[in-house]
Design a protein around this ligand. Structure first.
Ligand code: NAD
Length: 713
């Protein structure tokens, strides 16, 4: 076998086997994943040129030297650094040219996909004649570019539609979803799925077949729809409507531009389609939306590697227990079992356990219906979840996640009982949303094992987990909970111990301001519309209804006790609503009215209840300013107080814990975009008009004095 003379810095290697098949292997030195860069593409380009001119070559196979990873895409640092449309388009054209060389090879080519294959990696395999994937769980194939505010730029928008059809390609490109091997096969994205150990053998077999004319044909009806412009435009219009229901083209232009590119895949010859794709990439790469989305992507990855400065090796969690089978405990135990970790779910009420088990089954059943899970896998997962009314089995767990009622005494009592039953090394992680961890651990025998692990509701959807280090928490306990959150698929942000931690504290200022506006006569729907207009997934009143008004009131009381009127000045309005029996969505009446669990319209009785004067209409900008600046100011105070160490922790937490608009990059990226001087000026004016709660935080004033921003020196 003739091996490449050398494997260079990019880790690209190749050799030719006795059958004349060139094996091209990506293996970035010293890294766990392969990424594409300009250097890798240049080398690949030269390699393809040399292969194309050889008479003895009969086929080319592209593979990866990394277990569980094919190519994870283009290095985002490269995209993040480009601010010029022309340069961005040129970058896309270069990638297109290299992949076109693969498509134009005089011999067939095959991709051997044994792991993660995303973005540019997927575009490379699209240029091959055939694709084979192993059935390993690590295989995920997709084009996530629109999630980063751009579109696939190395031919993906032109080749994918012809391979998987118009509808299939829109489904992949507009959502950025990642398919496992089976789903990729069903979609037509790969031609064969085989066990991991046969991947090379099966790829070579299919390559041989490809040489003799193997081709998967798509249904005639699909091809007809695509080739008749009015029919195609009908499908595209429907997709545009779905995209518009999720986000506006002004905030998130990428999906809308992707539709244009996909249309061109059928309307234009390939070179022109590729040219349009590159031009669109050029226009999108420099946008603020794309820069913010890429920055968030990088930041969340960075925070996964950073257990808040607690640098000790985490312990592996092999068995877990969850105490309290309510909304949160039920959700958390489902998540743990979903990851294949045995979990005991304990409650003192059988009905709570029953509801939790039903809810868990419902989530898995939905996945079975969507063919994401087989019935057998669902049974396996259910088998990991063991409901119990007693403490049996607790002696062997590595972690106990406590999610009982939000009451300090109850939590302390539960902790004391648990400490007697678990091993000395077991961690006690409280899901409290407001109570300081150090208070919960105050009477603990082993306070160093007590940490906060604050999930957000609904657990299976919300990506954030606040990991709270109490005064006595050991570095090992903190780093174990941080690592466990990642294993559960969440984004952890380590925060310092204080009432409300980070997210709920900031959020409370937002609710407070909304309640003040309500008391002044602003309509519920106006306040909510102002914030959805800003980009929040729902307005403050709809969100309060979701959380539960009694829960919100309780949290506000804890925070008011700690921080005074700044946090709780909206309390009288809230108290009036709660004491009228309105608890929000859970009992079908809150700030809104509900029918069959669905929000219908604002409750007209609220105005009188909170003693609002005559209806007051304020400009949308004023409403947004008051509610958003209240949060910005509190975030600055949190940084001053050392609740988190850096602005990016605030931003990642707010985006993934509250849905703060990702296209704005987070609360403090937004603040930077406005500029500290403008913010301080507006806050000072609001403080004069509205009260001291708006007095600009010291940190903000420092930024102005020192001519700095949160992020840029
Ligand atoms: P919940 O009232 O729905 O559930 C609490 C459960 O704990 C009940 O089923 C109750 O029977 C059970 N319980 C009470 N004492 C117990 C004991 N000694 N042992 C075992 N079980 C016991 O409450 P929830 O909304 O799930 O909240 C639980 C915790 O999570 C609270 O600390 C809350 O602040 C926090 N939290 C709630 C949310 C939310 O949105 N609901 C979000 C984040 C955190």
């Amino acid at each position: 076998m003739e091996r490449a003379a050398s494997v260079d810095a990019t880790g690209l290697a190749h050799w030719i086997d006795p059958n004349g098949i060139v094996h091209v292997v990506f293996d970035r030195p010293g890294e766990k994943v392969n990424l594409l860069s300009e250097a890798v593409l240049e080398e690949l380009s030269e390699l393809i040129d040399s292969v194309a001119s050889r008479e003895d070559v009969r086929g080319v196979v592209f593979a990866s030297g990394k277990r569980g990873n094919f190519i994870a895409g283009m290095d985002v640092e490269t995209i993040a650094s480009v601010t010029d449309a022309f340069k961005a388009a040129e970058g896309a054209r270069f990638g297109q040219t290299v992949f076109q060389k693969i498509a134009d090879l005089p011999v067939p080519s095959a991709a051997m996909i044994g792991g993660v294959c995303l973005g540019g990696g997927t575009e490379l395999v699209l240029a091959c004649t055939v694709r084979v994937a192993s059935d390993a769980p690590s295989v995920r194939i997709g084009l996530p570019e629109t999630q980063l505010g751009i579109i696939p730029g190395f031919g993906g928008t032109q080749r994918l539609p012809h391979l998987v059809g118009l509808v299939g390609s829109l489904d992949l490109i507009l959502t950025g979803k990642q398919l496992d091997a089976k789903r990729a096969y069903r979609a037509g994205l790969v031609d064969l799925v085989c066990p991991e150990e046969y991947l090379e053998r099966e790829t070579l077999k299919l390559l041989h077949k490809a040489a003799t004319g193997f081709k998967r044909r798509r249904p005639l009806i699909a091809r007809l729809v695509e080739s008749v412009p009015p029919l195609r435009h009908l499908v595209l219009a429907r997709a545009r409507k779905t995209a518009a229901a999720k986000a506006s083209p002004e905030s998130y232009p990428a999906p809308f531009r992707a539709l244009e590119a996909v249309d061109a895949a059928f309307a234009l010859p390939l070179p022109q389609g590729l040219d349009l794709e590159a031009r669109i990439v050029g226009e999108l790469v420099p946008t603020r939306t794309s820069k913010n989305l890429i920055w968030l992507f990088k930041s969340q990855n960075a925070l996964k590697k950073d257990p808040g400065g607690f640098v000790t090796l985490p312990r592996k969690v092999r068995r877990a227990a969850v105490l309290g089978a309510g909304i949160m405990g039920g959700g958390i135990s489902q998540l743990v079992a979903d990851k294949g970790i045995p979990v005991r779910l304990k409650d003192i009420r059988p009905d709570a356990l029953l509801t939790a088990m039903r809810q868990a089954s419902k989530i898995w059943k939905q996945q079975v219906e969507r063919k994401r899970l087989s019935p057998r896998q669902m049974r396996q997962k259910l088998g990991f979840l063991a409901p119990t009314l007693d403490d049996s089995g607790l002696s062997r767990v590595d972690i106990v996640i406590e999610a009982v009622v939000e009451n300090l005494e109850v939590k302390q009592k539960v902790l004391a009982q648990i400490e007697e039953r678990v091993s000395e090394r077991a961690i006690f992680a409280s899901n409290t949303s407001t109570l300081p961890i150090s208070d919960i651990a105050a009477r603990a025998v082993r306070p160093e094992r007590v940490v906060g692990m604050h999930f957000f509701n609904p657990v299976h959807r919300m990506p954030l987990v606040e990991v709270i280090a109490g005064a006595a928490s050991s570095p090992e306990a903190v780093s174990t909970v941080h690592a466990f959150a990642i294993e559960l698929g969440k984004i952890p942000v380590v925060v310092r111990d204080a009432p409300g931690f980070l997210v709920n504290r900031i959020l409370m200022l937002y609710f407070n301001e909304a309640l003040r506006l309500l008391g002044e006569g602003v309509a519920i729907e106006d306040a909510d519309a102002a914030m959805t207009g800003f980009g929040m997934p729902m307005g403050p009143f709809a969100l309060l209804d979701e959380i539960g008004l009694d829960t919100g009131q309780h949290a506000a009381a804890v925070l008011e006790g700690a921080f005074g009127k700044r946090i709780g000045s909206g309390a009288p309005a809230m108290a009036a609503v709660v004491s009228s029996g309105r608890l929000g969505k859970k009992n079908g009446k809150g700030f809104y009215l509900y029918k069959n669990g669905e929000r219908t319209r604002p409750d007209p009785a609220i105005r009188k209840l909170v003693g609002a004067p005559a209806p007051l209409q304020l400009p949308v900008e004023t409403l947004q300013e008051r509610m958003v600046l209240a949060m910005v100011n509190e975030a600055a105070v949190c940084l001053e107080d050392g609740i988190v160490r850096e602005p990016r922790e605030v931003d990642v937490a707010m985006v993934f814990g509250t849905g703060f608009p990702p296209f704005r990059g987070g609360l403090l990226r937004y603040a930077d975009a406005v500029g500290p001087a403008v913010l301080v000026d507006r806050l000072a004016r609001l403080a004069d008009a509205q009260g001291e709660r708006f007095r600009p935080a010291g940190l903000l004033r420092d930024l102005v004095r020192e001519e700095r921003r949160f992020y840029v020196a």
